[in-house]
Design a protein around this ligand. Structure first.
Ligand SMILES: C[S@@+](CC[C@H](N)C(=O)[O-])C[C@H]1O[C@@H](n2cnc3c(N)ncnc32)[C@H](O)[C@@H]1O
Length: 722
């Protein structure tokens, strides 16, 4: 540090007086002085190094047997590639990235050549990202963000662009470390923050490795937009490479028919079209002789020689950094999934084609509706995708099953994929993640807030506060109450801790309250607790708990989580499953709903597991219509594992000494053997009876997983004797 004695004294004095230091000290005090960098309030280059184990909650190996098209000479569809299982991971990508980087999965990634491409399309459209439209018959219900999504939204946009930049900065540093040395990253953004992001990417990747800023012209200027100002019709895709080892694969745009007609206007006797171009002053005599021998010389009327360039040998016009030939997904498009921020497959295909080859690993850590996974799978790339929203994960799962079926039917190969959770969501990782003191202070405040939040939930649940336990927070009549975390899904670990504490303290009944439940949590744990003499009930915390008026009026209702009923059916040794009942108990945003409806309009809302349309006439009189008339109206997808306990779930983790070890979680992997789901825009009806499977043992445990129209899944397991 090159500070004079005066400067040192000045700094000490200012700090003692609690004053801030003048700007000039920034470049004198810190180790690394970057030439150009973007600063914002809260910028920190400390990056998490948490390593949480991944838990496989579902494996989709084989698409169910559809009617396979019999092509000439072949009786079978495509088959499964066994070299890699694609990964769809549910959770916050900060922890996913850091666990991929620091945990055992990295070895598997490196064995497969490393990550060659990361495409991300983070949530820029401030409000729209977590609000989904769910179709119910001809109506569309706008699903509000859940608490976890609210929190992610607050973390991302709470302080405007400062918090967005902090969110993305840490993740970009992690992504750079994850990329293979010859890999590349593409960050999709719109015109609001592209300049900030460009500087940030140059800082992280080095300005030499910032390759280009691609302008994607989404659509032509509409009359409306063009009249009030210059129309904003472009997105930007910022492209950086990890190092100069990256190899660009040239891409071309086909010539238009008009261009071909105008320019390739000469034809050889064999029908080949060509354009004639000057030979060039440096063309040698030998070269001219060779061209003559190949009939590639065109003689002009005056006897001059030019070179024939054949249309069938030219790939087209090389692309540049303004893309105008890729259109937005329109309402009639076949690939449209009704995911608000869905991007066109042709856009992602161009990015995948220019940066990877077949067999490479492609990632998208903000995957939304799974466009990157879809294009990767169709083009024989391996993929890892993640999203924070359950609805996004479910949308991607359905889309990928559809693609597996399509590939199989078209006699092409596909890869299996697994759905993973970040297991052992341990509280301390979220509350204290080893950062500087400022964060510690933040954590004290966060703890205080969490206590207030617990009190709020207990009062809404009409339970009393108790403080003698670790995982139990209250009591309601004869049942004890445990509240799950606010900022993460309620995990198996949490439930197990509650069970241990109850058994130790001879507690026989406990209600567990949670906003969001880890996928695959339910099947066996409730049964196991029952055997040990503990009644365990899961309850859903409704969003109304944040509405003080609703609490005061005593209108907050906590419902049981979803309920499934199914029947096994036998024909000899052949077992099929019939789904006979399903119920959800949702209430969503329905406080004082009547006042909110404008006369002459209607509004959909969810109450006690029904989606209801309330129509207010011009006189203010309200009529109600239940849209979810049948129990299966709630189901979007269901699937069957005929032998649930055949595949124990093993997690890999690194010991403090850096050794990789394996451990059985006590859970099993749900193998998706048969599934039925609603297709896009009602194109496929839901079947309620599965196909048959031959069972050779005397008994089997059958698991049925149901995903409701909001993307939440519930599972039930029963033992079936043959
Ligand atoms: C703009 S959308 C991506 C759309 C996608 N490109 C497509 O074609 O469907 C952004 C996605 O990022 C997800 N997301 C936001 N914050 C996240 C986080 N911290 N971790 C993982 N996913 C996140 C949102 O749930 C949303 O689905």
């Amino acid at each position: 540090m090159k500070l004079t004695d005066n400067e040192k004294r000045d700094i000490v004095n200012l700090i003692e007086q609690g004053k801030s230091l003048p700007e000039k000290y920034r470049f004198l005090l810190f180790d690394e002085t970057k030439q150009v960098e973007l600063l914002w309030n809260g910028k920190s280059d400390e990056v998490t190094n948490i390593d949480l184990p991944f838990q496989i909650i579902e494996q989709v190996d084989e698409p169910r047997n559809e009617k396979i098209k019999v092509a000439q000479g072949s009786l079978f569809g495509g088959s499964k590639e066994n070299d890699w299982t694609n990964k769809l991971i549910w959770g916050d990508n900060k922890f996913i990235l850091s666990s991929l980087l620091n945990g055992p999965m990295r070895t598997e990634i490196e064995k497969n050549g490393g990550i060659k491409l990361i495409y991300i399309d983070p949530p820029f459209d401030v409000g729209a990202d977590f609000t989904m439209n769910v179709n119910i018959g001809d109506n569309s219900y706008e699903k509000k963000p859940n608490v976890l999504e609210h929190i992610a939204y607050r973390d991302t946009w709470g302080k405007g662009s400062d918090s967005f930049l902090s969110m993305i900065y840490e993740r970009l540093i992690l992504m750079k470390d994850l990329l293979a040395d010859d890999g590349a990253i593409f960050v999709h953004c719109d015109g609001r923050l592209n300049s900030h992001l460009k500087v940030t990417m140059e800082e992280i990747f080095g300005s030499d490795n910032f390759n280009n800023e691609i302008t994607w012209k989404r659509q032509t200027s509409s009359g409306y937009k063009g009249k009030t100002n210059i129309g904003k019709n472009s997105d930007y895709i910022l492209f950086a490479q990890k190092s100069n080892l990256f190899q660009y694969k040239p891409q071309y745009i086909e010539y238009s028919e008009k261009y071909i007609k105008e320019r390739f206007n000469k034809t050889d006797p064999d029908g080949r079209k060509y354009i004639d171009l000057p030979l060039g002053s440096k063309t040698t005599k030998e070269r001219i002789e060779k061209l003559k021998a190949e009939n590639r010389i065109y003689y002009t009327a005056t006897g001059g020689m030019r070179k024939k360039n054949y249309l069938d040998e030219i790939e087209g016009i090389p692309i540049d950094d303004v893309w105008t030939d890729i259109k937005l997904i329109n309402s009639m498009s076949d690939e449209r999934i009704d995911y608000p921020t869905q991007k066109p497959e042709s856009l992602i295909k161009r990015i995948i084609d220019l940066s990877t080859k077949e067999g490479d690993i492609v990632c998208d850590f903000f995957c939304g509706s799974g466009t990157t996974a879809a294009v990767a799978e169709k083009n024989n790339r391996k993929w890892i995708c993640s999203d924070l929203g359950k609805f996004a994960i479910h949308t991607t799962r359905k889309r990928m099953i559809g693609i597996q079926r399509e590939l199989k039917n078209n006699e092409k190969n596909w890869r299996a994929f697994e759905v993973l959770n970040l297991g052992k969501y341990q509280r301390q990782h979220f509350i204290y993640d080893g950062k500087n003191e400022r964060d510690e202070l933040k954590n004290i405040n966060r703890k205080k807030k969490e206590n207030e939040f617990k009190k709020l939930i207990l009062s809404a649940y009409k339970a009393v506060d108790i403080s003698d336990f670790k995982t139990i927070h209250g009591k309601k009549n004869d049942s004890f109450v445990s509240i799950g975390p606010i900022n993460q899904p309620l995990s198996r670990d949490h439930v197990e801790e509650v069970i241990d504490e109850c058994l130790k303290n001879k507690i026989v009944s406990v209600d567990i309250l949670g906003f969001e439940y880890e996928m695959g949590l339910f099947p066996t744990i409730q049964e196991e607790a029952k055997i040990k003499g503990l009644r365990l009930v899961y309850k859903q915390i409704p969003m109304d708990v944040f509405d003080k008026r609703a609490i005061a009026k005593g209108e907050v209702v906590f419902h049981d989580v979803a309920y499934i009923e199914f029947k096994p059916k036998f024909k000899g040794k052949k077992l099929s499953i019939e789904l006979t009942d399903f119920a959800v108990f949702y209430n969503e945003d329905n406080f004082e709903v009547d006042e909110k409806i404008i006369p002459g309009k209607s509004k959909l809302y969810v109450e006690n597991g029904q989606i209801i349309e309330k129509i207010k006439d011009t006189k203010g009189i309200i009529k109600e219509k239940i849209l979810t008339e049948k129990w299966h109206d709630w189901i979007d997808y269901w699937s069957v594992d005929f032998d649930y306990e055949s595949k124990p779930e093993i997690i890999k983790f690194k010991t403090p000494e850096g050794k990789i070890e394996e451990e059985w979680t006590g859970n099993y992997i749900f193998e998706n053997e048969w599934q039925s789901f609603r297709g896009k825009h009602g194109s496929e009806k839901l079947e309620l009876k599965s196909s048959e499977k031959e069972i050779f043992s005397k008994k089997t445990k059958v698991a049925v997983k149901v995903v409701d129209i909001f993307g939440n899944d519930t599972m039930k397991v029963i033992e079936v004797k043959i």
